[in-house]
Structure formats: structure tokens, C-alpha cells
Design a protein around this ligand. Sequence first.
Ligand code: ZN
Length: 680
Amino acid sequence: MRVFRLLLIFLLFGASSVVAQMSASSAKPAPGFSLDTIDKSVDPCVDFYQYACGNWIKQTEIPADQAMWNSFTELRDRNLDIERDILEKDAAASASRDPIDQKIGDLYGSCMDEKAVEAKGITPVKPELEAVAAVGDKSDLMRQLARLDMIGDGSLFNFYSTPDLHNAAQVIADIDQGGLTLPDRDYYIKDDQKMKEMRQHLVEYVTQLFTLAGQSPQQAGDSAQTVLRIETALANASMDRTARRDPKNRDHKMTRDEAVALAPNFHLNQYFVDEGAPNFTEINVTNPEFFKQVNGVLESETLDALKIYVSWHVLNTAAPWLSQSFVDANFKFQQALTGQKEIQARWKRCVTLVDHELGEALGERYVDVTFGAEGKQRMLKMVAALEASLSSDVQGLSWMSDETKKQAKAKLEAIGNKIGYPDKYRDYSSIVIKPDDLMGNIDRANTFESKREIAKIDKPLDRKEWGMTPPTVNAYYSPPYNEIVFPAGILQPPFFDKKMDDAVNFGGIGVVIGHELTHGFDDQGRKFDAQGNLHDWWTAEDGREFESRVSCVANEYSNFVAVDDLHVNGRLTLGENTADNGGARIALMALERMIAEDKSGKEGRNIDGYTPEQRFFLGFARVWCEKRRPEVSRTRVLTDPHSPGKFRIDGVVQNMPEFEKAWGCKAGQPMVSENACHVW
Ligand SMILES: [Zn+2]
């Protein structure tokens, strides 16, 4: 399926295409804040994460169909139950159904009809495979690639629209590196044992799918080597994740003619026409080096080899929605990356599919049953409190000049927010969804999304658009939009609990709000101005001060060991760690102000023997209590810009004198850092 471009969105938690959820009854309560998670045998000043989460860790097993378990995955699981109820009713209902209910119900129904899917075997992708096989030359293959990209089966590179880095109000065309099956270029390039094993898993998976598609074992084995060879060449041409964090490395606007000339073997003019793109004249080429190098790959590889590569991506994308043997092969490969023990139940995969394909339609129904107006009001109040905190934090910084402070204030004041769900839901009425045509439904929904994406080129930015569906348990900051966004899915316990005291809520959703606001001022976000443009508004000296302060954070997190001997990548996770630290600090400031202003004394009282500050830190930790399988730990360290839950807690509190004070810690204890880092 067509992947939503997360390039210019900073998430709260790593999104993954391979996460699964676990089920139970519909009435399952949200995982709330509780003192039962605490392990009192641990000294909070020695390891706060163990103290706050120790009992939870002891009592929690990762469900068999999960790679990791934490409040994000648990809430997603709970949301699946709610969405299933909606979809089952919609799938069963009669001709009197509302058009929205017909679409989401029939997409779900076509996915749940396992018997029909099984009977069709590989037939649903036969037309695409035959079209690739029939291609007569390399320029024809590029035309075929454009057609495949429209239905979500594209490969080799990515073509999409994006806000212009220098004029965020306007959307332009963008081409970017892509075309890999493994999660990152390092998997193809690094020579350590684990990476070699992962390449072997890929080879086995490709061999298996081509065998299922009718090749002899010998042919399929050769095909797998071809796929590995071509993807390795693409990986070598790709920019690494850490380098991609710097927006300047992705900033290469040129004329359409220049882009075409950069890599003539891509036949880009024809490609853009085949995708129905408007007749644009300017384009951003995110990584020109990739196109130059892959141009050579298109030259040196034979047409037959390239056909195998393109067919592979058709098979791989379709595999989860074909008959059981394809599904099993696909899951086995995912398992190597996640360690998940069992595939999730089909109904869960089908609910997730509807969320991917018709997310704002399902989201509208989800909001109807879950989200009240009251939630939005309380959130708006908290956002205002956090913005006030960040503003006074910035004003108080000793290392920043008045000139830069003025600019920072202007940017902060311009930050917009979206809470719960969009004002206007996406109109899917043009998509035909049939109850008995799963692959056709997916293709048509993907085509709708591709067209929508490409039609934005050369148009003003739609500021009302959302980058997440309402049930999503996550949040984001977007630099070009200069806005923070909180879908309804995250506005529930343990992030936000109407029944809990403010201290716990400020530690939960308050820190999340602070985290997203701080993204506007992290190592990437600070390079964009109030209008969302890539523009340096810092004095040179303040810029240097900032860099030395974030280096402290990068060094701190690089020392953490995530799994075996694999360290956290302090540079890859720098923006998220900066946001976690800033978010916690300003959320606590907002709480302290609330306590000071509360004349009744209610806010400042102890509850269950804990001060408000202690409950703030406990609420903060509760959100990040987490268990991961070793396989997914490894994958995440290499690909996820977020640190593991344990370090999102311990890494932050050891930088905070406020924590030391709240828990009576002493210098020299592990949670009191000698070199405490402080950016925001
Ligand atoms: Zn984030």
C-alpha cells in the first residue's frame, strides 16, 4: 500500500508497518495509572524506570502476536476492538447503509472472506505480473513502474508531493530514494553477523514467494540473488538516516528538466505523465546522488533482471492479502525483524487495513463512539499552559541572545494545534468498494490516495489536512505546518485520564504536548521558521551554543545499551531525546504554576503518600513502561529515531534537578547526572 510520507513529521512514538495488536473483549478498560506498577524494592534515585515500572514488568507478558508491549500498543489493541465492533455491524448491514458504512464495511468484509481469498490464490496479482513480464524494453518498464506505483505496488524510488522547504505555503513535486525490502540501507551494507543473517532471511523469503508464484526452486533462488544484488546497489546509493535528519541534506530544488537530465534512464518525464501529475516545472530531488547512481544500475542490469526486481515488489506488497501460503511466508520474514511469536488474528489485520485505506471514514465512526467535546476543551487548556511554560523557559535561557529569543517567541506563538479529529473528513465517495474483491478494493483505494497526493503538486498547502487517522495512538509536530497534532486515539489513559489528578495528567499528556512543542526547536525543527520555511533565524553564536548543548544529549544517549552490545544511536535519536527532555521540564513548570495559583490547596496536596511532583514523574514513567522482544529491539535501534522506553525515562530524569529534589536524591546517585544536559 502507498506509504504516507513521514519525512516532515516528528512522531511521539515509532510508527511501524510490522506492529501487531492483541485482543480480548470489547469492554477492556484502558491501561490507567496505578501505584501497582511500582517496585518499592528499587531506589528511585538508582533506577527510576525500574522503580516506576518494575512491578508492571514483572507482571506483564508480551502477547504472542506482539513484538513489544507498552501503553501505545495496548491502547491500539483496545482501539482495534472498538473498530471491529463498528466494522462488523457495517459489514453485515443491509442496503439501507450509509455510503461510508458501505465502504468500510465491505472493505472489511472482503478482507474477512478468507475462503474467497484462499480460492483465488495468486490470481489477484496475475495481471500485474503478466504486464511486467510482457514489457519489451527498459523505458516500457519505467512506464509499468508508474502504473504499479499508482496502485501501491511501486518500487525503485518514491514520487510524491511535499511542502516546498523554502515556501511551505506551496506544495511541490518530490522524488526520493526508496525501493528496499529490508528496513534500512545498513541491512545491505554492514558486514556483521546479524546483518548477514537478515540478508539470508530476505533471500529465503524472495525464493519462497517466487516459488509460490510458479518458478522452479532453481529459478527462484536465482531471482532472489538478483533482488538482493539490485537492492544492495540501491542501498549503496541511499543516504543514511542520520544524514537525512538534516533538512539541508534533503534540500535540492531544481527544474524538471534538470531532474530528468540527472537520471535519463528513469524516463522521468514519461513517468510523471503516466502518474497523471500536473505539468510542474520545479521539483525537489531529496537525494540527487541516489538518482545518479541508480541511473547506472538501470544501465548495467539486464531488462530481465529489472523485471524480476519489479515483480518482486508486486509479490511482496500483495503477499499479506493473498492466500495462506503467501501470508505465512510474509509473516515468517516479518518475524525475523520483530520476534513476534504468532501472526495476529485475521480480523485485526483487516481492521488495520481499513485504517490504512479508508482511515478517515473509519475514524469518523470511531470518534462518534469514543470522543466527547469535553476532552477537547481540557486539552486546549493544557496546550495553552504548556505554551506559556515554553515561552517563559525560552525567555529565561541564559545562553540565548535577546535577538534569537524574539524569533523563538514568534515561532512559538505561531504554532497551531489540532486535537481529536479533522474538521472535515476526507471524501472517499469516488472509490468503488465491492464485498467480494479484496485486491481490487486495495488497488482502487491506493489509486485514490496516489491521485490525491499527486494532485497537490503546484497547489497551496492544505492546512486542514491531517497526517494521522483519528484512532491513531500517537502525536506529531510538523515543521512546514508549524503545528502540533493529537489524534483522539492518544487522548485516553494512561496519557490523559479525566479521573486522575492534574499531576499525573501533566506527567502523561502534558509531557506529550511539551514534547511536540519542543520538536519545533530541536536539531531539525530549529532550522524552520514561524512560517514553516527552512530559514536560519538564529544568531551564529546562539546556533553554536545550541549545538554544544545538544551534543551533550547525543553523548548521553549514545552511552545507553539497548540490546546485547548494541548502543542507542545518540545522533539518530537526538531530536526525540531533546523533545523528551524539554517536554518533561516545561510540563513540570506548567504543573508548578498551577499549584502556585491554586488557592484551595487542592493541587498541592499529597495523594497516597506521594507529592504532586512525585506523581508527575510516576505518571510520566507509566506512559513508557515497556517490554520488547530482542529482535524488535535491534530493528528499532537501527531504524527508529526514538529511544527505548527505559531511556526515555532515565535519560530525562537524570538531567533534571527538579527530579533530584522531588525524590530527595543525592549527588553521586545514578539518577543524578554530574554532566546534566539542558537544552530547553
Ligand atoms: Zn517526537
